[in-house]
Design a protein around this ligand. Sequence first.
Ligand code: NAP
Ligand code: MG
Length: 403
Amino acid sequence: MSKITMTTPLVEMDGDEMTRILWKMIKDELLLPFIDLKTEYYDLGLEERNRTNDQVTVDSANATKKYGVAVKCATITPNAARMTEYNLKEMWKSPNGTIRAMLDGTVFRAPIVVKGIEPNVKTWEKPITIARHAYGDVYKASEMKVPGPGKAELVFTAEDGTIVRELIHNFTGAGVLQGQHNLDDSIESFAHSCFKYALDTKQDLWFATKDTISKKYDHTFKDIFQDVFEKNYKDAFEKAGIEYFYTLIDDAVARVMKSKGGFIWACKNYDGDVMSDMISSAFGSLAMMTSVLVSPHGYYEYEAAHGTVQRHYYKHLKGEETSTNSVATIFAWTGALRKRGELDKNQALCEFADKLEAACLKTIESGKMTKDLALITTIENPVVLNSENFIKAIRTELEASLS
Ligand code: NAP
Ligand code: MG
């Protein structure tokens, strides 16, 4: 069988610990035998980030701007313990944060839905994708404790010296204060990423805030979304047969619980933080969540939503057997390969991505799975496979579907 050829390379960002081990197995077993894989390789493993003073992360983000599509392995975000463990020169920033800031992107997280791993909410038949705005609000707020009686005001001093004041509260006793902000540019980028991704995946887009209470702050989010939609995406949405729908956040939460899924839910920063954990745990497992960073300029970076699975890695280092779920990392590759295929009009590459995803689902539905899934499956007597044999079982299904 001849291998599928590629015209443009993918940006490949290698990572750390157990996911780095899985990364190599996935390439060796599921990709290289079938594709003449073209990648531009960046090693974002912590050692190389430390050696290059994190330049490799910046280079990988620039390469993503050049080629448009990247696939990333999970990486360690250093903390105090990692400083000693890896003898680091500095506590390097989160690679995801660096890449997101450079690409100005929004992260979309979606569960991988498979028979046998049933969501806790019975009506959910299709995945719910969460898009979280990743700038401002409570995450960039200034706070203070108010010691006692006094007047609190919002004061804005324009560049020309003009001052605008707004009374917050006349305190008669002690209390607390918080100042939040956001930027029109950032909200606009967020809106563009959401509309683009909805068109890309042919799913409805929901957006919700509390604009009835927050008549200036949240209302600005609502207005910018409406404006961006009407000026740029309304016709394309009609053609694609999908809908943009705005509602209040409490109404959205109630509707989500009664929905069948199959849409994108755009959230402000805090709502997205909270709701994405709710959605992912209700769908079953963090090891079955994919994540893609979509920039308003049309760059895509695919990854798994989970981390480097450190505990399994230490077992692996001791020579013990692991049963680590590689599905989300495989789906990061298929997402990137399919997007590359779409951009290059490489039908064979898109079909391969579809078949590899189907092979993963078929393997699990046939009762072969890793330990994390065996603990929550509704399939009786599942066969628990180790990390390597699970990938080999997927290969068997893949080969059957390719022949
Ligand atoms: P984690 O790697 O997501 O793992 C937490 C636990 O979840 C694991 O110990 C394991 O539970 C379970 N788990 C996660 N993924 C799994 C998989 N694929 N298969 C089976 N079980 C899985 O989070 P962490 O241990 O808190 O973080 C480890 C490192 O990852 C940290 O250094 C952090 O900085 C980094 N991180 C990176 C990213 C990223 O690059 N996107 C995201 C988050 C965290 P059991 O041990 O009970 O089996
Ligand atoms: Mg959170």
